[in-house]
Unconditional design. Structure first.
Lengths: 301, 270
């Protein structure tokens, strides 16, 4: 659905994006991560047709965003980071107005689905941040786009609204919409994205599923174990690949670089002690941990 | 067409709903009109002779120069134009529709002034209604174009206020609304001819109010129309979707070309 090859974007002498390549399949949620100035916004803006690239190939739904923007605009939906609506427009007017320019009937059902019916005649500036985001998202999907670009969709929202928006994104994905998600929220990227690309200084540092990216890091996995007879704490046993051991309440906590061998050894030890396992928790390093590891390494280089 | 109608209806409503626009479209001109009617008529009885065109010209200046540019700059700064571009809203609609809706508000305001001024202040009505409407349309068109152009080339709200006031303040003082053009010193008179307000008052005097024009009134109408066309053309040419986007088709100083019809007029009418 999206193809990016050797894409390059410069502003004068400043290289914002330096020859990146990736593709996104239909129905995929693709996360674009990176610190400020990494090139995320430039990449998004060129894919959306707002800016022209300085090199490489960009295709969205088979079209060149720069030269075929007129055709493309009906195939894409965009939620910009800024509100992007006039202050005095109401949800009702905005729906009529934007749908008319896309040549489709107004989708008032979306106002209902996005919980905006009671606010349909309220001016945009009087809506809460969550309502504004929901309206912009409703407008972005009103013409049934094949590709949806979301730039920091949940920034500044409360937990309930975030969960609601994530649910809507899943629904859209279920309907076959491809979603490009640019975010600083690592938990959101990890939870929502099928794959993520981490950009830094205009280059892609890594691109994979969130699980694979976290698995390849040097971070240690935290294993917390609680048993009936507390045999682990009493014995002070040493297990393979464990670099650090601690205890909290009735839990023995191990930090392992090889979760498989450590877990096998712990369970074998509990069996051998004729103890009974009550609780076992494994916490892998998060995408945020891995992101910091990658970006810190990038900065150090 | 459907899109145009929805856009037009929204912009027209915004002209009343938005407090700043309501002030510039109606409240400020209306307050000024009442104040001038009650005070100026007492100080200078001759003011009444040209009160209707003077107050209509003032209303046009306030609604256009003080009302149009700032919302345009704010919309560009806040990413509204980017959102419009993505949704296929053409730049021509962004520039022309606010101008048209402002002209419609101005038409309402002009009717209000024209109907009430004879009743409240015994101000004389126009003697040629067709020319009165034509000059109103030409002045509104010229000022709307100029205001749109200011909004397009201004890099920030602060600069917008500066550019707008650079036209608005001299227009009120030298444009023939407070003082007749004939009372101005030569140099001030030449400078005043660069202002749409001076041309409009000259045309109103010579073609609609049955008074004597200081210089060719039809030339004034022609200058207003040509500067309006030039202003809209330059605004479309210099339009930028995004304040962060440095790629412009021309330097903003090209906007000064909007003065060309008035400059040529000064030499031809000298």
């Amino acid at each position: 659905m999206i193809e990016v090859k050797d894409f390059r974007k410069t502003y004068g002498n400043y290289v914002a994006v330096d020859g990146i390549s990736f593709d996104v399949k239909q129905g995929e949620i693709f996360g674009l991560l990176g610190p400020n100035g990494a090139g995320k916004t430039s990449t998004l803006e060129c894919l959306e047709g707002l800016r022209a690239p300085n090199g490489g190939l960009l295709r969205v739904a088979g079209l060149d965003p720069a030269s075929e923007f007129r055709k493309l605009r009906n195939l894409i939906g965009v939620q910009l980071q800024s509100a992007g609506l006039p202050e005095s427009i109401t949800p009702d007017e905005a729906m009529k107005f934007f749908c008319a320019y896309h040549n489709v009937a107004p989708r008032f059902d979306l106002l209902e689905r996005f919980g905006l019916v009671e606010k349909r005649n309220t001016q945009f500036y009087e809506l809460s941040a969550g309502q504004q985001r929901r309206l912009v998202l409703a407008l972005a999907v009103a013409h049934n786009p094949q590709v949806l670009f979301l730039d920091e969709p949940t920034a500044g929202l409360d937990v309930a609204t975030r969960v609601e928006l994530h649910g809507m994104m899943r629904e859209l994905q279920g309907g076959g919409t491809t979603i490009i998600l640019a975010t600083h929220d690592m938990a959101e990227a990890e939870q929502m994205s099928d794959r993520v690309a981490i950009l830094m200084q205009g280059k892609i540092i890594t691109i994979d599923t969130p699980m694979e990216i976290t698995a390849t890091g040097a971070g240690l996995t935290k294993i917390s174990v609680r048993t009936q007879a507390s045999s682990l704490s009493a014995a002070g046993a040493i297990f393979p690949a464990v670099s650090q051991r601690t205890a909290k309440g009735e839990y023995s906590i191990y930090f392992s670089s090889d979760i498989g061998s450590t877990l096998s050894a712990i369970i074998a030890y509990i069996d051998a002690q004729r103890d009974e396992l009550i609780d076992l928790r494994v916490e892998r390093p998060s995408l945020e941990d891995r992101f910091l590891e990658i970006t810190n390494a990038g900065v150090a280089q | 067409m459907n899109a145009f109608i929805h856009h037009f209806v929204f912009e027209f409503r915004a002209g009343i709903r938005n407090k700043q626009l309501l002030l510039m479209n109606y409240l400020f001109p209306l307050g000024f009109y009442l104040m001038m009617g009650f005070i100026m008529a007492e100080i200078n009885p001759f003011f009444l002779e040209g009160m209707i065109p003077a107050m209509v010209v003032f209303a046009i200046l306030a609604a256009t120069l003080l009302g149009i540019p700032d919302p345009l700059v704010n919309a560009r700064e806040n990413g509204v134009f980017r959102s419009y571009k993505i949704n296929g809203i053409p730049s021509i609609s962004i520039l022309v529709i606010p101008a048209l809706t402002t002209i419609l508000h101005l038409a309402i305001m002009a009717v209000l002034i024209t109907v009430t001024a004879p009743l409240f202040f015994q101000a004389p009505l126009p003697v040629n209604w067709l020319n009165y409407v034509l000059i109103f349309a030409a002045m509104a068109f010229a000022c709307a174009g100029l205001s749109i152009l200011i909004g397009v080339v201004s890099p920030s709200s602060r600069m917008t206020v500066l550019w707008s006031q650079l036209v608005f303040v001299p227009s009120v003082i030298l444009g023939g609304m407070m003082l007749p053009y004939s009372m101005l010193p030569d140099a001030a008179g030449k400078f005043a001819q660069l202002l749409p307000a001076t041309q409009a008052m000259n045309a109103f005097n010579g073609l609609a109010m049955g008074k004597v024009a200081a210089f060719s009134p039809w030339s004034s109408v022609f200058m207003l129309l040509t500067s309006g066309i030039l202003a809209f053309g330059l605004a479309v040419y210099l339009f930028s979707w995004d304040s962060r986007n440095t790629e412009r088709r021309g330097h903003p100083s090209l906007a000064l070309l909007v003065l060309l019809p008035y400059i040529i007029g000064i030499f031809l009418l000298a």
